[in-house]
Each structure stands twice: as structure tokens, then as C-alpha cells.
Design a protein. Structure first.
Length: 236
């Protein structure tokens, strides 16, 4: 019994120390960078085939007129990162910089996401990052349900092909479209499941830029993801 209490206490202390280190490194500038080496990834036998099928999907998205969002796009934005990963991040949709560059999460929110990824011990290109919709909604508005539904023709096979061990849904839109958020009430930090893959819904980096006080709960969510993946955050 005493041993249980000691173990519990040690676990609480370790967790508090981790949180303290996290807070110290946050400062006012966001998530800390990490110089940890990228994790070793399992490469499946058919990795080349998966990449080829994703490339076909990406080409199809580039020519897609499946919803009104195609009208104002500069280009579609399919994904960035490594499809042979165990961790996928799903955001809402491309913004201005993403639309210009053809890559997801490349603006300020993208820089913050990169720090979040590094804080988890991953290389920037060691995870796979995509969005619910592949074309920029006007004025960066939230995608309409019809647009998200139309674009699921890409998101669903994309996630099925990558088939990670965990997905982080960034923001309510992503969480709703992966069906892990209730229509109302609390949704952040509550594990859900998408086709057998654990999904952690958490706040979008763009929201964290406006409301940095929520970085702490997001870090707790990311730590829970690391636990599911059997990984430790790197020592800083
Ligand atoms: S958002 Fe998706 S469904 Fe709509 S036009 Fe772009 S690729 Fe097609």
C-alpha cells in the first residue's frame, strides 16, 4: 500500500516537473524547439505504393471542382510530412500562406505547430500534416459542412493510406469531421476514435496564438498522445 502511494507520488512529481520545464521553455514565444534526433519510423513493405497512391490523390485534389472552394484557390493544399509515420495532425483548411505555397501549416500557426511537433520529440518532417478541406475557404472562414463532406473523398483515403497509430485533431472543425467532438460542450482533450485509430482533439495552433494561456492543456493532450505511442518527450 505504502509502495503504491510512493509510486503515485513519484508519478505526480515527475509529471509536475515535466510541466514546469514546459512552462519555463514556453516563455512568451510558444512551444519550445527541440534538438532531439527524429524517432525511428517503421516503414511498411508497401511504403512506395502508399506514396504513389497519395500522389494520385494529391493530383486529383489539384484538379478537383467538387465544391465551391475550388473557385478562389491559388492551388489545392494536400499534405506535408512523412506518410510513413505513426502520428498525423489534421487541421481545418489552408489559409493565405498555405494557398500561396501549396503546403499546409506554413504561416505563424504552422511555425507554432512545428514547435509542438519538436516538443514531442519528432522531426518537422517526421509527422504527416493535412487538413479537412484542401482548398482555402474565403477569408479563412470555417469550411461549410457541405465542403467538408465533399472533401472527405480525399481526407478519408488519405488517412486510411497513412494509417497512423494516433491522430491529433487540431480545432473543433477537425474534431467534428473526424467525429470525435459532440455538437456542443467540451471536446478538447477527450479521446475519440476514427476507424480504429485513436484521435486526440485539441486546440488549433492559430487559436493558441490568440490565446496562449491554453498552451498548457494542449501540452497535456500531446503528452497523452505520446503515452499512447509509447514515447517520452525529449529531455530539455
Ligand atoms: S475543397 Fe476539396 S472538394 Fe472542394 S474543390 Fe477543393 S479539393 Fe475539391
Amino acid at each position: 500500500m505504502a509502495g503504491d502511494t510512493e509510486n503515485e507520488l513519484a508519478s505526480v512529481v515527475a509529471s509536475a516537473q515535466e510541466l514546469l520545464k514546459w512552462e519555463e521553455t514556453l516563455g512568451g514565444n510558444g512551444f519550445p524547439a527541440s534538438d532531439a534526433p527524429p524517432p525511428q519510423l517503421d516503414v511498411g513493405e508497401d511504403a512506395g505504393d502508399i506514396r504513389a497512391r497519395l500522389a494520385v490523390l494529391s493530383d486529383e485534389a489539384a484538379a478537383c471542382t467538387g465544391c465551391e472552394l475550388h473557385r478562389e484557390r491559388t492551388q489545392s493544399v494536400f499534405a506535408r510530412g512523412n506518410p510513413e509515420t505513426d502520428l498525423v495532425f489534421v487541421g481545418e483548411g489552408p489559409g493565405y500562406h498555405e494557398d500561396q505555397q501549396g503546403l499546409p501549416f506554413v504561416g505563424r500557426a504552422g511555425e507554432l505547430l512545428d514547435r509542438m511537433v519538436a516538443a514531442m520529440g519528432y522531426d518537422r518532417e517526421g509527422v504527416y500534416i493535412c487538413n479537412v478541406v484542401k482548398c482555402r475557404p474565403p477569408e479563412n472562414r470555417t469550411p461549410l459542412p457541405t465542403e467538408a463532406q465533399a472533401c472527405s473523398r480525399f481526407l478519408i483515403p488519405q488517412l486510411e493510406l497513412v494509417r497512423p497509430k494516433a491522430i491529433v485533431a487540431l480545432g473543433r472543425c477537425a474534431a467534428e469531421n473526424l467525429q470525435v467532438a459532440p455538437p456542443a460542450g467540451r471536446w478538447r482533450g477527450i479521446w475519440g476514435e476514427w476507424r480504429g485509430i485513436p484521435v486526440m482533439p485539441t486546440y488549433h495552433p492559430a487559436f493558441l496564438l490568440r490565446s496562449p494561456q491554453f498552451k498548457k492543456p494542449v501540452w497535456e493532450d500531446l503528452q497523452a498522445v505520446l503515452k499512447v505511442l509509447n514515447r517520452q518527450p525529449p529531455r530539455r
